[in-house]
Design a protein around this ligand. Structure first.
Ligand code: GLY
Ligand code: MN
Ligand code: MN
Length: 460
């Protein structure tokens, strides 16, 4: 973990942005896999990690905005725990690592919260996303579980988003560590992408690399010849000549900072001319977007630019036609590029998404669109130095979507459906990098995974 002062400073910053009341941060508990004693790998809640840093189950943190006190509630291990899990530091020893001096048994949390409720003090919490946390918050605050999201603290959400959006040097170093492991995951997958190899074998191998370097993966590995399915977790295919393999994968460091990279490679050693042409469209879209990233620009505008670059390239291939800007304004490109350009990344791979995307990627200046495709843009607001975001344009040929748009006669002035028909067996391509917004522009983070056609073919 970071130095104890980091957590003290983070809480001090948070206090400045908040008014009065009690901030209640419930850490995660162990989650049962198939019976209570057989559990998933423990993953601490990211809000708890950010402000209280401790990577242990069954803790809660309280920041009392009026008294100035910080508390950690948790239970010291007993002899049964020691027998099964070994000796663990006491709660007060743990708390001292994050500069908290006040600790109490977990049961005392109920008294503190009940007292605050009785006094009519505001209890600030973020929207819970796990069943156990919902039940715990319901028990403590007496707010019915179904109402917790609506009654979560917008003030706390906004303050935490402000803070967590700007990554400091230590956080960036952690993220780069995660990307360097992702480099190994991706280059290993590239070298394994030969006809006859099981997707599952490659997916398992790269997940193992994540685990071997701190791990786990930052989200379930996406790996498939059927890259037209955006989040394809079905790894049952056997790689076939003439197809491409999309790998969208990243890992967490020991401190739980994430990476999230995507590469698409030809099965076998070479891109076909048709694959190369579409690949170049996505690559140009990725590169031009990165070139445009700088403080002050709306990420929505970078998204639209990346769409325009792609439309220009698809026009050259013969898949689209007409005026590029008009096509993008109408949303015609979304037949091929139906998702957003990227998202924030940090302690969560989609950073802070549990706070509500509208609070993370949008603000008073820019609100979400309802247009198909653009509506999936997770990050639209103005960029600031210190933001870490992904740039992940993609081009997909989704037969069901093509059939629907064609039958409805959608955007016929911009789409050459006769040509598109020939690509229904193509699959999809996505290229994703993780970017730091700097004072003057941006920097692609981590060790560079081969990205151009020549680099990929060379490595393979
Ligand atoms: N891993 C999903 C994404 O790229 O956002
Ligand atoms: Mn990804
Ligand atoms: Mn991503």
């Amino acid at each position: 973990m970071f130095d104890s002062q980091v957590y003290l400073n983070r809480r001090a910053q948070l206090r400045k942005k908040m008014g009065s009341g009690l901030i209640l941060i419930i850490g995660n508990v162990d989650a049962a896999f198939n019976y209570p004693d057989n559990q998933y790998h423990f993953r601490q809640d990211s809000t708890f990690l950010y402000y209280f840093g401790l990577d242990h189950a069954g803790l809660a943190g309280v920041i009392d905005l009026d008294s100035g006190e910080d508390w950690i509630f948790g239970n010291d291990v007993d002899m049964d725990d020691i027998i099964w899990m070994g000796v663990l530091p006491s709660i007060s020893e743990l708390a001292s690592k994050v500069a908290v001096t006040l600790t109490a048994p977990y049961a005392n949390l109920e008294t503190i919260v009940a007292k605050a409720v009785l006094q009519g003090r505001e209890i600030h919490f973020t929207p819970p996303y796990r069943g156990e946390t919902k039940l715990e918050l319901e028990r403590l605050t007496k707010i019915p579980a179904a109402e917790l999201k609506a009654k979560s603290s917008l003030k706390l959400i906004k303050a935490a988003v402000d803070q967590r959006s700007i990554k400091d040097k230590q956080e960036i170093a952690e993220i780069e560590k995660a990307i360097d492991t992702a480099y190994l995951m991706h280059t290993t997958a590239m070298k394994m992408a030969m006809p006859g190899t099981a997707e599952q074998y490659i997916a398992g191998t790269i997940e193992g690399i994540a685990m071997a370097h701190g791990g786990p993966v930052s989200f379930p590995v996406i790996l498939s010849m059927n890259g037209q399915t955006l989040h394809n977790h079905d790894h049952s295919g056997i790689l076939a000549e003439g197809r491409m393999m999309v790998v969208d994968a990243g890992c967490e460091t020991g401190l739980h900072y994430a990476s999230d990279l995507t590469r698409t490679v030809p099965v076998g050693l070479k891109f076909t001319p048709r694959q190369k042409a579409v690949y170049e469209a996505v690559l140009q879209s990725n590169l031009k977007a990165i070139e445009a990233i700088k403080p002050g620009i709306f990420y929505k505008d970078v998204h639209l630019l990346s769409a325009e670059v792609m439309v220009d390239a698809l026009k050259a291939i013969g898949l689209m036609k007409g005026n590029t800007k008009d096509a993008v304004a109408a949303g015609a490109h979304a037949l091929f590029f139906p998702h957003g350009l990227g998202h924030m990344m940090g302690l969560d791979v989609h950073d802070m998404e549990n706070y509500g995307q509208i609070n993370v990627g949008y603000d008073d200046e820019i609100r979400p669109s309802t247009q198909f495709g653009l509506a999936f843009l997770r990050m639209a607001r103005r960029l600031q130095p210190g933001f870490v975001i992904t740039v992940e344009p993609g081009c997909y040929f989704i037969p069901a979507l093509i059939d629907q748009w064609k039958s409805e006669g959608l955007h016929t002035e911009f789409i050459n459906y006769d040509e598109v028909e020939k690509y229904k067996d193509f699959g999809g391509i996505r290229i994703e990098d993780d970017i730091l917004v700097t004072e003057t522009g941006c920097r692609v983070l981590g060790k560079a995974v081969p990205k151009t056609v020549a680099e990929i073919e060379d490595l393979m």
